[in-house]
Ligand binder design. Structure first.
Ligand code: GLN
Length: 456
């Protein structure tokens, strides 16, 4: 894999930051033996998987795409990783990502970007571009991503893969290096909806190590995917979200979306238009709440407790503060620094109510919009991302243009509801993949799989 995957500089896809060929082979051999003995550990026993580098993996480097964690080898597994191992999935390696999962293009990785296998001059989405590109390039049949504002679904859309953000609390966050604790969720990145359901059943469910984990069994996801695959959506009420479409969306993305809606009508679904008037403020609220939580989370990387230590130039006997300053300056990239500054400002006394407090109120209004919409519809649908994959470098100097790519995915994170992105076809203007997003009420992840499988 490492050879095929290459480096960004050599023009390769560069989906992986670390490949564990030996470890994966040993795990695959053990799986072969279990299968030969007729006792596989799970339906996915022996199926290799790639894991986003934000999840702690015992004995394998975990960098979060950052220099500050260069060389760190965790002494423990994230719960998601422990469950993958228990189910017998060989871990191929760790995938590239925007530093600390901040970004929509994987260009903010400290280790060079990942390229989109459909067109190597284009981005694979982000922050989990490595996981999506690994699956799209057939370097891994399955991958794990994390989605704080769209980082599983948007890369899924622009690489023509399936990506699922489970209900908040549905998959353990233990061992997931937090970007924004109240928004983060790990989930599947795969080529088919059924694969995502199988993987979701392996990683999901209650974990006492995560205080936000929901203590309730998962709904039957694989059954729902099989049911959806029959192509019958009779009795399903689908709400098209008026605010997620139209202006700012690429025409070819909108036409593929309209075809998905037509397909649902043909499958017997009842399609209605719904309005979620506060969604237009979701992006603004998110870019206060996320930096606030991130600035607090990243404070621990001070080179004393966590993080690589860099000594300041020219100081013979540097103070702790000088070491922290030099380490954080060298260890964090520009986007991380930008968000630390934003978040610290939003949380500072005198501004807290005006920014952080206000954003939390908007968050409540968005949850209410969802609640009202889910009275009229069982699932909501929209394009996953407003555009297909853009060119590397195109939005690097314009953070707001980069942020706008997530305007359709962010509301689900703010409300904690689950979402899936399923390929909807290739846009006419550039022949690149687009995605359709299906959202369901919290705990109703099975609906994503039923409707998602009917859309394949
Ligand atoms: N692109 C969004 C951001 O930069 C989402 C990131 C994510 O989901 N991890 O914050």
């Amino acid at each position: 894999i490492a050879e095929v995957d290459g480096t960004a500089a050599s023009g390769g896809v560069h989906a992986f930051l670390h490949v564990d060929a030996e470890g994966a082979l040993a795990q695959a051999r053990a799986a072969d033996e279990r299968r030969a003995a007729g006792s596989p550990a799970s339906a996915l026993d022996g199926v290799p998987i790639a894991v986003k580098d934000v999840l702690a993996t015992e004995g394998l480097p975990t960098t979060c795409g950052s220099r500050i964690l260069e060389g760190w080898i965790p002494p423990y597994d994230a719960t998601v990783v422990a469950r993958l191992r228990r189910a017998g999935l060989p871990i191929l390696g760790k995938t590239n990502m925007d530093e600390f999962a901040m970004g929509s293009s994987t260009e903010h990785s400290a280790y060079g970007p990942t390229r989109n296998p459909w067109d190597l001059d284009r981005i694979p989405g982000g922050s989990g571009g490595g996981s999506a590109a690994a699956v799209a390039a057939f370097e891994a049949p399955l991958a794990i991503g994390t989605d704080t504002g769209g980082s599983i679904r948007q890369p899924g859309a622009v690489t023509g893969t399936v990506g699922v953000k489970p209900t908040y609390g549905g998959v353990s966050r233990y061992g997931l290096v937090a970007l924004a604790n109240s928004l983060d969720q790990a989930g599947p990145v795969t080529r088919t909806v059924l694969d995502s359901a199988l993987l979701h059943e392996v990683i999901g469910g209650h974990d006492p190590l995560d205080s936000t984990s929901i203590d309730q069994p998962l709904p039957p996801l694989v059954d729902a995917a099989r049911r959806g695959a029959t192509g019958d959506l009779t009795g399903v009420r689908v709400g098209v979200v008026r605010e997620l479409g139209g202006e700012g969306y690429q025409p070819g993305v909108l036409s593929r979306f309209q075809e998905s809606v037509d397909l649902m009508v043909k499958a017997g679904a009842e399609v209605v238009e719904v309005s979620c008037p506060h969604f237009v403020h979701a992006l603004a609220a998110y870019y206060l709440i996320l930096p606030a939580e991130a600035s607090s989370n990243l404070a621990k990387f001070d080179a004393m407790r966590y993080g690589r230590r860099v000594l300041p130039d020219g100081a013979d006997n540097p103070s702790a503060e000088q070491v922290m300053r030099a380490s954080r300056d060298a260890g964090f990239g520009d986007e991380v620094k930008r968000r630390i500054i934003l978040g610290t400002y939003a949380l500072s006394s005198g501004y807290y109510d005006a920014y952080y407090g206000q954003a939390q109120k908007v968050r409540t209004l968005i949850s209410r919009d969802f609640a009202a919409a889910f009275e009229k519809a069982d699932v909501l649908v929209s394009p996953t991302a407003p555009t297909t994959a853009f060119k590397l470098g195109e939005k690097l100097d314009d953070p707001i243009a980069m942020y706008l790519n997530d305007l359709a995915t962010i509301p689900a994170n703010l409300a904690g509801v689950p979402g899936i992105s399923v390929p909807s076809g290739l846009a006419d203007e550039d022949g690149l993949p687009a995605g359709v997003q299906v959202l369901a009420p919290a705990l109703a992840d099975d609906r994503l799989y039923r409707v998602g499988a009917a859309l394949e």
